[in-house]
Write a protein that binds this ligand. Structure first.
Ligand SMILES: CC(C)(COP(=O)(O)OP(=O)(O)OC[C@H]1O[C@@H](n2cnc3c(N)ncnc32)[C@H](O)[C@@H]1OP(=O)(O)O)[C@@H](O)C(=O)NCCC(=O)NCCS
Length: 145
């Protein structure tokens, strides 16, 4: 099957997510932490898969009617083809009880900011030195439905 598939993450996906974490972030989650999150009902996790290969994923948490997008990444060779948007749209559509979504993003992360803005997220506050490795300001963005 060659079509892009967005499906719930499974514990056995932890090594693939760990690989993407290392490719995309300077503070990657451990494989153990990913496996624990994949097993937990507290997290909403979706992976993007094609021909058996996972090349994108999204991790969010939800409490009552509030949700937080914690992690999203797409393999560098599969970017700007709508995968990140499909993952984020799935998060919003599959959690209708979540009325407010929030996330944090590095000020320099142009591609991610474009993705979030394209879905209606708005910048609400700039947080000084929110990030480490390297130190950088963050922008908190929110979407209210
Ligand atoms: C951020 C990220 C997940 C986006 O995934 P993606 O699959 O490339 O995004 P999409 O193709 O779905 O793009 C969604 C929209 O953002 C735009 N966009 C995405 N990346 C862009 C870029 N680098 N430059 C300009 N626009 C960009 C697209 O053109 C598209 O706009 P449209 O819907 O108006 O046409 C991806 O760049 C990534 O993995 N980055 C590294 C990890 C990361 O930074 N995660 C976010 C941490 S907050």
């Amino acid at each position: 099957m060659n079509e892009l598939c967005i499906r719930p993450g499974r514990v056995e996906d932890a090594p693939a997510l760990r690989k993407l974490e290392r490719q995309n972030f300077t503070d990657p989650w451990s494989e153990e932490g990913l496996a624990t999150s994949l097993a937990s009902p507290l997290y909403y996790i979706r992976v993007a898969e094609q021909t058996g290969e996972i090349f994108g994923y999204l991790i969010a948490s939800r409490v009552l009617d509030e949700g937080e997008l914690l992690r999203i990444a797409v393999s560098p060779d599969k970017r700007v083809r709508g995968v990140g948007k499909a993952l984020t749209r799935a998060m919003m559509e599959e959690n209708p009880a979540t009325k407010t979504w929030r996330l944090d993003v590095r000020v320099s992360n142009y591609g991610a900011i474009k993705l979030y803005e394209s879905l209606g997220f708005k910048a609400v506050i700039r947080r000084r030195n929110y990030y480490e490795k390297p130190a950088e300001d963050g922008i908190m963005m929110m979407l209210e439905s």
